[in-house]
Design a protein around this ligand. Structure first.
Ligand code: ZN
Length: 255
């Protein structure tokens, strides 16, 4: 069996999407669970296992909750970009989209320094998104679904490349817990099955095996759900999985 890497990633959306869509106070409060309770549980879990992760953050969230961004960053986790107010990028005009990326980048970089990575809200990209972010100096994206391991993506109309960390709906806590109301055991078994399958595959020896998991503090942060993540981390560690922040792993692909 060869080595396997794991990128645990968290989209810290808080109530950004609900605010943009002018939703009711209860829907807004559901997003705020991430701030009140979810994030703290995740940070404690990561500290317990000495794992460093990547947090994708909206510019608006960073402006509203700077102390939480500081909390994430001071624990040596990575902050990456996730739109300003959780926009559907495919619905924006080209110039509007540039403003979203530049504004968010400015906010995040003032707080934590250079931003290297991006994930599209709702995993919705426009035709221009990857070109825009590569020209802004980002080195990776994590929004596409065409592979199950990272690869170097040739950006259209740009001399730069990006590293792509592909994602999938079944590796997303929101889809399994909220949309499909899967039980803790079902979620654990789906994620474990993908981890085991990648680990066992011999045809990937030339390429790194990387499991990318996408979680949301407002979702996985609930009491019974964080225990699923705890159990999964414990299992993956027992199989010698190595945990990485995406920016650290991405740099290797661009050497
Ligand atoms: Zn999001």
């Amino acid at each position: 069996m060869s080595e396997i890497y794991v990128c645990l990633t968290f989209d810290f959306d808080a109530e950004s999407a609900q605010i943009r869509q002018d939703e009711d106070p209860v829907r807004i409060s559901k997003g705020q669970f991430a701030v009140q309770r979810g994030l703290g549980r995740i940070l404690a879990l990561l500290a317990k296992y000495e794992i460093k992760s990547t947090f994708f953050v909206c510019g608006w969230v960073a402006e509203k909750y700077p102390q939480h961004i500081e909390q994430i960053s001071s624990a040596d986790h990575e902050i990456a970009a996730h739109g300003y107010l959780h926009e559907y990028l495919d619905k924006l005009e080209f110039n509007e989209e540039i403003i979203v990326h530049e504004h968010t980048n400015q906010i995040l970089e003032e707080m934590v320094g250079k931003i290297r990575g991006f994930r599209a809200p709702y995993w919705k990209l426009s035709q221009h998104t990857l070109t825009i972010i590569s020209e802004m100096g980002f080195i990776y994206d994590s929004s596409l679904m065409d592979e199950d391991r990272p690869y170097v993506y040739s950006v259209p109309e740009s001399p730069r490349n990006l590293v792509e960390f592909p994602v999938e709906w079944f590796l997303d806590d929101w889809v399994l817990f909220e949309q499909h109301q899967k039980t803790p055991n079902e979620v654990f078994e789906i994620w474990k099955a993908q981890f085991d399958a990648l680990l066992e595959m011999e045809d990937l020896v030339e390429n790194r095996k990387v499991l990318t998991l996408t979680c949301h503090p407002c979702c996985i942060g609930h009491a019974y759900r964080i225990k699923v993540l705890d159990r999964l981390i414990k299992y993956m560690k027992s199989k010698q999985a190595v945990f990485f922040k995406m920016a650290d792993l991405a740099s290797d692909y661009l050497l």
